[in-house]
Ligand binder design. Sequence first.
Ligand code: PHB
Length: 389
Amino acid sequence: MSLKKQLIGITLAAVLGTPAWAADPVKIGLVLPMSGPFAAYGKQIEHGVKLYLTVNGDTFAGRKVELIVKDDSPGTSGDVSKRLAQELIVKDKVDILAGFGLTPSAFAVAPLATEAKKPMIVMNAATSSVTTKSPYIVRTSMTLPQNSAPIATWAAKNNIKNVFTLVADYGPGQDAEGQFKKTFTAAGGKIVGEVRAPVMNPDFAPYLQKIKDTKPDAVFIFLPPGAETIAFMKGFTERGLGQAGIKLISTGDLPDEDILDAIGDAALGLVTAFHYSEAHNSPENKAYTAAYYKAYPKDRPNFMSVGGYDGMHLIAEVLKKTNGNTDAEKFVEAAKGMKWVSPRGPISIDPATRDIVQTVYIRKTERVAGKLQNVEFDQIPDFKDPGKQ
Ligand code: PHB
Protein backbone atom coordinates (compact mmCIF):
# COMPACT_ATOMS: atom_id res chain seq x y z
CA MET A 1 0.00 0.00 0.00
CA SER A 2 1.31 3.45 -0.85
CA LEU A 3 2.07 5.90 1.94
CA LYS A 4 -0.72 8.15 0.66
CA LYS A 5 -3.26 5.30 0.87
CA GLN A 6 -2.03 4.40 4.35
CA LEU A 7 -2.47 7.99 5.52
CA ILE A 8 -5.98 8.15 4.07
CA GLY A 9 -6.73 4.90 5.90
CA ILE A 10 -5.51 6.29 9.22
CA THR A 11 -7.47 9.52 8.76
CA LEU A 12 -10.64 7.61 7.88
CA ALA A 13 -10.22 5.40 10.91
CA ALA A 14 -9.92 8.50 13.06
CA VAL A 15 -13.09 9.96 11.55
CA LEU A 16 -15.21 6.82 11.36
CA GLY A 17 -13.75 4.53 13.98
CA THR A 18 -12.39 5.56 17.33
CA PRO A 19 -13.60 9.06 18.14
CA ALA A 20 -11.11 11.79 19.07
CA TRP A 21 -12.25 11.89 22.72
CA ALA A 22 -12.13 8.14 23.28
CA ALA A 23 -8.86 8.03 25.21
CA ASP A 24 -9.07 11.49 26.77
CA PRO A 25 -10.04 11.91 30.41
CA VAL A 26 -13.62 12.99 31.13
CA LYS A 27 -13.31 16.35 32.82
CA ILE A 28 -16.01 17.00 35.40
CA GLY A 29 -16.21 20.54 36.77
CA LEU A 30 -17.68 20.52 40.27
CA VAL A 31 -19.19 23.85 41.36
CA LEU A 32 -19.53 23.59 45.14
CA PRO A 33 -19.39 25.73 48.29
CA MET A 34 -16.11 24.51 49.81
CA SER A 35 -15.73 27.31 52.39
CA GLY A 36 -18.00 29.71 54.29
CA PRO A 37 -21.33 28.93 56.00
CA PHE A 38 -22.24 26.07 53.61
CA ALA A 39 -18.77 24.48 53.35
CA ALA A 40 -20.22 21.20 54.66
CA TYR A 41 -22.30 20.90 51.47
CA GLY A 42 -19.20 20.94 49.27
CA LYS A 43 -17.35 18.61 51.61
CA GLN A 44 -20.18 16.06 51.65
CA ILE A 45 -20.88 16.13 47.92
CA GLU A 46 -17.18 15.84 47.11
CA HIS A 47 -16.93 12.94 49.59
CA GLY A 48 -19.75 11.15 47.77
CA VAL A 49 -18.30 11.69 44.28
CA LYS A 50 -14.81 10.58 45.33
CA LEU A 51 -16.13 7.60 47.28
CA TYR A 52 -17.88 6.34 44.15
CA LEU A 53 -14.56 6.45 42.29
CA THR A 54 -12.75 4.73 45.18
CA VAL A 55 -15.30 1.91 45.24
CA ASN A 56 -15.87 1.50 41.48
CA GLY A 57 -12.61 2.64 39.89
CA ASP A 58 -12.18 5.95 38.07
CA THR A 59 -12.30 4.83 34.41
CA PHE A 60 -15.53 4.24 32.49
CA ALA A 61 -15.77 3.27 28.81
CA GLY A 62 -12.00 3.74 28.70
CA ARG A 63 -12.17 7.34 29.93
CA LYS A 64 -10.56 8.31 33.21
CA VAL A 65 -12.49 10.76 35.37
CA GLU A 66 -10.73 14.02 36.19
CA LEU A 67 -12.40 16.25 38.79
CA ILE A 68 -11.92 20.02 38.88
CA VAL A 69 -13.46 21.61 41.95
CA LYS A 70 -14.39 25.32 42.07
CA ASP A 71 -15.43 26.90 45.37
CA ASP A 72 -18.51 29.07 44.80
CA SER A 73 -18.85 29.98 48.49
CA PRO A 74 -21.21 30.98 49.95
CA GLY A 75 -23.24 29.27 47.21
CA THR A 76 -26.02 31.83 47.45
CA SER A 77 -24.51 34.25 44.96
CA GLY A 78 -25.39 33.28 41.42
CA ASP A 79 -22.75 35.64 40.02
CA VAL A 80 -19.85 33.78 41.64
CA SER A 81 -21.16 30.38 40.49
CA LYS A 82 -21.68 31.69 36.96
CA ARG A 83 -18.16 33.12 36.67
CA LEU A 84 -16.63 29.85 37.92
CA ALA A 85 -18.73 27.73 35.56
CA GLN A 86 -17.67 29.97 32.69
CA GLU A 87 -14.04 29.36 33.65
CA LEU A 88 -14.64 25.61 33.78
CA ILE A 89 -16.16 25.65 30.30
CA VAL A 90 -13.77 28.04 28.56
CA LYS A 91 -10.43 27.53 30.34
CA ASP A 92 -10.60 24.03 31.75
CA LYS A 93 -12.70 22.71 28.85
CA VAL A 94 -14.78 20.44 31.07
CA ASP A 95 -17.11 17.89 29.50
CA ILE A 96 -19.64 17.87 32.33
CA LEU A 97 -20.77 20.40 34.95
CA ALA A 98 -21.79 18.96 38.31
CA GLY A 99 -22.26 19.70 42.02
CA PHE A 100 -24.46 22.72 42.94
CA GLY A 101 -25.02 22.91 46.68
CA LEU A 102 -27.59 25.69 46.70
CA THR A 103 -30.39 26.70 44.36
CA PRO A 104 -29.01 30.13 43.34
CA SER A 105 -25.87 28.38 42.07
CA ALA A 106 -27.85 25.92 39.91
CA PHE A 107 -30.16 28.68 38.60
CA ALA A 108 -27.20 30.85 37.57
CA VAL A 109 -25.27 28.10 35.77
CA ALA A 110 -28.23 26.50 33.91
CA PRO A 111 -28.20 28.99 30.97
CA LEU A 112 -24.46 28.38 30.51
CA ALA A 113 -25.02 24.62 30.34
CA THR A 114 -27.65 25.20 27.66
CA GLU A 115 -25.48 27.60 25.66
CA ALA A 116 -22.28 25.52 25.87
CA LYS A 117 -24.25 22.26 25.50
CA LYS A 118 -22.83 20.61 28.62
CA PRO A 119 -24.60 17.97 30.71
CA MET A 120 -25.28 19.47 34.16
CA ILE A 121 -25.71 17.04 37.06
CA VAL A 122 -27.38 18.66 40.06
CA MET A 123 -26.28 16.84 43.21
CA ASN A 124 -28.12 18.92 45.81
CA ALA A 125 -29.91 22.18 44.84
CA ALA A 126 -33.52 21.17 45.49
CA THR A 127 -35.95 23.83 44.30
CA SER A 128 -38.48 22.00 42.15
CA SER A 129 -37.99 24.19 39.06
CA VAL A 130 -34.19 23.67 38.81
CA THR A 131 -34.54 20.91 36.20
CA THR A 132 -36.72 23.15 34.01
CA LYS A 133 -33.91 25.72 33.66
CA SER A 134 -31.93 23.70 31.08
CA PRO A 135 -32.73 20.64 28.95
CA TYR A 136 -29.29 19.29 29.93
CA ILE A 137 -29.93 19.16 33.69
CA VAL A 138 -30.38 15.82 35.44
CA ARG A 139 -30.87 15.79 39.23
CA THR A 140 -29.78 13.07 41.68
CA SER A 141 -30.77 14.73 44.97
CA MET A 142 -34.44 15.51 45.71
CA THR A 143 -36.92 18.35 45.63
CA LEU A 144 -38.40 20.13 48.62
CA PRO A 145 -42.03 19.42 47.55
CA GLN A 146 -41.09 15.71 47.27
CA ASN A 147 -40.26 15.65 50.99
CA SER A 148 -42.76 18.28 52.19
CA ALA A 149 -45.93 16.60 50.87
CA PRO A 150 -45.35 13.33 52.80
CA ILE A 151 -44.72 15.12 56.12
CA ALA A 152 -47.89 17.20 55.59
CA THR A 153 -49.89 13.99 55.02
CA TRP A 154 -48.31 12.40 58.10
CA ALA A 155 -49.13 15.47 60.24
CA ALA A 156 -52.77 15.55 59.11
CA LYS A 157 -53.13 11.85 59.97
CA ASN A 158 -51.50 12.26 63.36
CA ASN A 159 -53.82 14.69 65.05
CA ILE A 160 -51.94 17.86 64.08
CA LYS A 161 -54.63 20.35 63.10
CA ASN A 162 -52.97 23.79 63.19
CA VAL A 163 -49.52 24.48 61.81
CA PHE A 164 -47.25 27.52 61.75
CA THR A 165 -44.73 27.46 58.89
CA LEU A 166 -41.22 28.92 59.07
CA VAL A 167 -38.97 28.73 56.01
CA ALA A 168 -35.84 30.33 54.60
CA ASP A 169 -36.90 32.95 52.09
CA TYR A 170 -35.58 31.56 48.80
CA GLY A 171 -36.46 28.81 46.28
CA PRO A 172 -36.41 25.68 48.44
CA GLY A 173 -38.05 27.43 51.42
CA GLN A 174 -40.84 28.85 49.26
CA ASP A 175 -41.31 25.42 47.65
CA ALA A 176 -41.45 23.68 51.03
CA GLU A 177 -43.96 26.20 52.38
CA GLY A 178 -46.13 26.04 49.25
CA GLN A 179 -46.30 22.25 49.08
CA PHE A 180 -46.80 21.82 52.83
CA LYS A 181 -49.74 24.27 52.79
CA LYS A 182 -51.28 22.63 49.71
CA THR A 183 -51.13 19.06 51.02
CA PHE A 184 -51.95 19.90 54.65
CA THR A 185 -54.98 22.11 53.93
CA ALA A 186 -56.29 19.59 51.34
CA ALA A 187 -56.22 17.03 54.17
CA GLY A 188 -58.26 19.35 56.39
CA GLY A 189 -55.42 21.07 58.29
CA LYS A 190 -55.17 24.80 58.97
CA ILE A 191 -52.20 27.15 58.58
CA VAL A 192 -52.27 29.57 61.53
CA GLY A 193 -49.16 31.59 60.76
CA GLU A 194 -46.28 31.75 58.33
CA VAL A 195 -42.91 33.49 58.23
CA ARG A 196 -40.06 33.58 55.77
CA ALA A 197 -36.67 34.23 57.36
CA PRO A 198 -33.61 35.59 55.54
CA VAL A 199 -31.30 32.85 54.24
CA MET A 200 -28.24 34.39 55.88
CA ASN A 201 -28.01 35.43 59.55
CA PRO A 202 -31.66 35.33 60.57
CA ASP A 203 -32.59 36.37 64.12
CA PHE A 204 -35.02 33.66 65.20
CA ALA A 205 -35.96 35.21 68.58
CA PRO A 206 -38.97 37.24 67.34
CA TYR A 207 -40.24 34.32 65.22
CA LEU A 208 -39.97 31.91 68.13
CA GLN A 209 -41.90 34.34 70.33
CA LYS A 210 -44.62 34.76 67.70
CA ILE A 211 -44.92 30.98 67.33
CA LYS A 212 -45.14 30.54 71.09
CA ASP A 213 -47.89 33.17 71.29
CA THR A 214 -49.84 31.60 68.39
CA LYS A 215 -49.74 28.14 70.10
CA PRO A 216 -50.04 25.96 66.99
CA ASP A 217 -50.10 22.17 67.30
CA ALA A 218 -46.86 22.13 65.31
CA VAL A 219 -44.31 24.24 63.45
CA PHE A 220 -43.21 23.15 59.98
CA ILE A 221 -39.64 24.22 59.15
CA PHE A 222 -37.31 24.40 56.21
CA LEU A 223 -33.88 25.92 56.75
CA PRO A 224 -30.75 25.06 54.74
CA PRO A 225 -28.80 22.94 57.26
CA GLY A 226 -25.95 24.71 59.02
CA ALA A 227 -25.14 26.88 62.01
CA GLU A 228 -28.53 28.58 61.77
CA THR A 229 -30.43 25.32 62.06
CA ILE A 230 -28.47 24.48 65.18
CA ALA A 231 -29.26 27.96 66.60
CA PHE A 232 -32.95 27.52 65.77
CA MET A 233 -33.17 24.15 67.49
CA LYS A 234 -31.44 25.49 70.60
CA GLY A 235 -33.79 28.50 70.65
CA PHE A 236 -36.83 26.26 70.28
CA THR A 237 -35.83 24.32 73.39
CA GLU A 238 -34.54 27.28 75.44
CA ARG A 239 -37.67 29.35 74.83
CA GLY A 240 -39.83 26.47 75.99
CA LEU A 241 -41.81 25.88 72.79
CA GLY A 242 -41.49 22.13 73.13
CA GLN A 243 -42.57 22.36 76.76
CA ALA A 244 -45.59 24.40 75.68
CA GLY A 245 -46.65 21.32 73.66
CA ILE A 246 -45.68 22.70 70.24
CA LYS A 247 -44.36 19.93 67.99
CA LEU A 248 -41.68 20.39 65.38
CA ILE A 249 -42.05 18.77 61.96
CA SER A 250 -39.89 19.23 58.89
CA THR A 251 -38.13 17.72 55.95
CA GLY A 252 -35.01 15.73 56.88
CA ASP A 253 -32.76 18.69 56.11
CA LEU A 254 -33.25 19.77 59.74
CA PRO A 255 -31.78 16.71 61.54
CA ASP A 256 -29.17 16.21 58.79
CA GLU A 257 -26.49 13.77 59.99
CA ASP A 258 -23.78 16.38 59.32
CA ILE A 259 -25.20 18.66 62.05
CA LEU A 260 -27.22 16.17 64.11
CA ASP A 261 -24.59 15.67 66.80
CA ALA A 262 -24.25 19.46 67.17
CA ILE A 263 -28.04 19.80 67.59
CA GLY A 264 -27.90 17.09 70.24
CA ASP A 265 -30.84 15.93 72.34
CA ALA A 266 -33.01 18.84 71.13
CA ALA A 267 -33.59 16.68 68.03
CA LEU A 268 -34.95 13.68 69.95
CA GLY A 269 -38.48 12.76 68.88
CA LEU A 270 -38.44 14.97 65.79
CA VAL A 271 -40.55 13.43 62.97
CA THR A 272 -39.36 14.21 59.44
CA ALA A 273 -39.81 13.04 55.86
CA PHE A 274 -36.71 12.44 53.74
CA HIS A 275 -35.12 10.33 51.04
CA TYR A 276 -31.94 9.40 52.93
CA SER A 277 -30.99 8.35 56.43
CA GLU A 278 -27.65 7.04 57.61
CA ALA A 279 -29.73 4.47 59.50
CA HIS A 280 -31.51 3.21 56.33
CA ASN A 281 -31.54 -0.56 56.66
CA SER A 282 -30.32 -2.10 53.40
CA PRO A 283 -27.24 -4.00 52.23
CA GLU A 284 -26.41 -1.13 49.83
CA ASN A 285 -26.48 1.42 52.64
CA LYS A 286 -24.50 -0.80 55.01
CA ALA A 287 -21.79 -1.06 52.33
CA TYR A 288 -22.01 2.69 51.65
CA THR A 289 -21.74 3.81 55.27
CA ALA A 290 -18.90 1.35 55.97
CA ALA A 291 -16.94 2.61 52.94
CA TYR A 292 -17.71 6.21 53.94
CA TYR A 293 -16.41 5.82 57.50
CA LYS A 294 -13.31 4.07 56.20
CA ALA A 295 -12.56 6.98 53.84
CA TYR A 296 -13.80 9.84 56.06
CA PRO A 297 -13.70 8.69 59.70
CA LYS A 298 -14.34 12.20 61.07
CA ASP A 299 -17.62 12.82 59.20
CA ARG A 300 -21.07 11.22 59.04
CA PRO A 301 -22.60 10.18 55.69
CA ASN A 302 -25.61 12.35 54.87
CA PHE A 303 -28.03 13.06 52.02
CA MET A 304 -25.63 15.40 50.25
CA SER A 305 -22.90 12.75 50.16
CA VAL A 306 -25.43 10.33 48.64
CA GLY A 307 -26.50 12.98 46.09
CA GLY A 308 -22.84 13.19 45.02
CA TYR A 309 -22.37 9.41 45.04
CA ASP A 310 -25.47 8.80 42.91
CA GLY A 311 -24.57 11.71 40.63
CA MET A 312 -21.22 10.07 39.95
CA HIS A 313 -22.98 6.72 39.47
CA LEU A 314 -25.23 8.32 36.87
CA ILE A 315 -22.24 9.83 35.01
CA ALA A 316 -20.39 6.47 35.07
CA GLU A 317 -23.40 4.51 33.78
CA VAL A 318 -24.15 7.06 31.07
CA LEU A 319 -20.52 6.90 29.87
CA LYS A 320 -20.85 3.12 29.61
CA LYS A 321 -24.07 3.48 27.60
CA THR A 322 -22.73 6.18 25.23
CA ASN A 323 -19.34 4.51 24.88
CA GLY A 324 -17.68 7.52 26.48
CA ASN A 325 -19.55 10.19 24.52
CA THR A 326 -20.48 13.24 26.65
CA ASP A 327 -22.47 15.11 23.98
CA ALA A 328 -25.23 16.79 26.01
CA GLU A 329 -28.14 15.47 23.93
CA LYS A 330 -26.80 11.90 23.94
CA PHE A 331 -25.91 12.12 27.63
CA VAL A 332 -29.39 13.24 28.67
CA GLU A 333 -31.12 10.67 26.43
CA ALA A 334 -29.02 7.92 28.04
CA ALA A 335 -29.81 9.21 31.55
CA LYS A 336 -33.58 9.29 31.03
CA GLY A 337 -35.31 6.33 32.64
CA MET A 338 -32.12 5.07 34.28
CA LYS A 339 -32.85 2.99 37.42
CA TRP A 340 -30.63 1.69 40.17
CA VAL A 341 -30.50 0.82 43.84
CA SER A 342 -28.88 3.70 45.71
CA PRO A 343 -27.75 3.58 49.36
CA ARG A 344 -31.05 5.43 49.96
CA GLY A 345 -33.17 2.72 48.26
CA PRO A 346 -34.48 2.26 44.68
CA ILE A 347 -34.28 5.38 42.50
CA SER A 348 -34.83 6.33 38.86
CA ILE A 349 -34.60 9.33 36.54
CA ASP A 350 -38.02 10.45 35.33
CA PRO A 351 -37.71 10.55 31.52
CA ALA A 352 -40.25 13.39 31.31
CA THR A 353 -38.60 15.79 33.80
CA ARG A 354 -35.02 14.46 34.23
CA ASP A 355 -35.70 14.65 37.97
CA ILE A 356 -35.32 11.89 40.54
CA VAL A 357 -38.07 9.47 41.51
CA GLN A 358 -37.48 7.83 44.88
CA THR A 359 -38.90 6.45 48.11
CA VAL A 360 -39.62 9.07 50.76
CA TYR A 361 -39.38 7.76 54.32
CA ILE A 362 -41.03 9.01 57.49
CA ARG A 363 -38.49 8.94 60.31
CA LYS A 364 -38.12 9.74 63.98
CA THR A 365 -34.90 11.01 65.52
CA GLU A 366 -33.81 8.57 68.21
CA ARG A 367 -30.69 7.50 70.03
CA VAL A 368 -29.43 4.22 68.54
CA ALA A 369 -26.40 2.60 70.18
CA GLY A 370 -25.54 5.96 71.71
CA LYS A 371 -25.77 7.87 68.43
CA LEU A 372 -28.56 10.18 67.22
CA GLN A 373 -30.16 8.64 64.11
CA ASN A 374 -33.19 9.24 61.91
CA VAL A 375 -35.02 5.93 62.21
CA GLU A 376 -37.36 5.16 59.32
CA PHE A 377 -40.82 3.81 60.24
CA ASP A 378 -42.96 4.39 57.15
CA GLN A 379 -42.41 4.97 53.42
CA ILE A 380 -43.94 6.26 50.20
CA PRO A 381 -42.31 4.34 47.32
CA ASP A 382 -41.56 5.71 43.82
CA PHE A 383 -42.55 9.23 44.73
CA LYS A 384 -42.20 11.87 41.99
CA ASP A 385 -41.72 15.57 42.65
CA PRO A 386 -45.27 16.91 43.18
CA GLY A 387 -43.95 20.45 42.73
CA LYS A 388 -44.09 20.21 38.94
CA GLN A 389 -47.85 19.74 38.75
C1 PHB B 1 -30.96 24.56 48.09
O1 PHB B 1 -30.44 25.69 48.18
O2 PHB B 1 -31.53 24.20 47.04
C2 PHB B 1 -30.92 23.65 49.26
C3 PHB B 1 -29.97 23.82 50.26
C4 PHB B 1 -29.96 22.95 51.34
C5 PHB B 1 -30.89 21.93 51.43
C6 PHB B 1 -31.83 21.76 50.43
C7 PHB B 1 -31.85 22.61 49.35
O3 PHB B 1 -30.89 21.11 52.48
